[in-house]
Design a protein around this ligand. Sequence first.
Ligand code: AP5
Length: 222
Amino acid sequence: MLQAQATLVLILLGPPGAGKGTQAGILAKTLQIPHISTGDLLRLNVKGETSLGKEAQGYMNGGKLVPDDLILDMLFDRVGAPDCEKGYILDGFPRTLAQAEAYHKRLGNDVKLAALNLELSDDVIVERLEKRFVCSGCSAPYHLITSPPQKEGSCDRCNSPLVKRTDDDEKVVRKRLAVYHSQTAPLITYYSKGQSFKGVSCNRPINDILEEILDYLQEVAR
Ligand code: AP5
């Protein structure tokens, strides 16, 4: 089985609903490194009614990006934790050029960086998010048709109830897509200039995508 090299940083770029969380969850288990989703971290803050959560909630419900300074503080705090020493998977970060630049300025030279862009059309995304449910406990994503839970309404991993995300309402999804195209998609050019960048088509089964990613990570590790 592929094991993460010391300090592998895997960045998963891609529009909302492309499958970043789905792939990151499986890759984290396979590579035995943490899956860090800035969206999940923010939702935990919203649930815990922290000052960050209270500030972030309005942006998230409106489909807008949370300001860079709030995200960077939260992210740097998380990646500084001991479990990230051997590497980690970033899902949903960076989302702006300013986030990418601030992050790479802080990152040492001794990391192996791989950036993947998960590609999916807006129409398929709208359809997928309409049928998505997420675990209220561990945030694992499910889909009514393509990846239903074993027991209806409960998470396979932790048994917590499944819920709809408030930002999966179609109007908000369309706003998130517009924000993605204007503020986050430019990162594709930023990362494609580096050595370890790959686009991955995501309109196919989860396991086929996973296999392509794992093959690519084998190449990067060589
Ligand atoms: P965040 O939580 O990061 O959401 P997102 O990027 O919009 O992505 P999603 O979680 O919606 O989708 P995904 O790509 O993970 O897809 P999934 O695997 O679930 O961000 C939410 C909000 O937080 C943002 O709008 C913003 O306000 C804020 N935020 C977060 N990070 C920020 C940052 N860095 N800066 C500023 N603000 C930030 O899959 C989707 C569905 O498809 C699921 O139902 C799944 O089961 C299904 N599926 C997955 N793969 C397949 C497949 N191959 N075939 C069929 N179905 C599939």
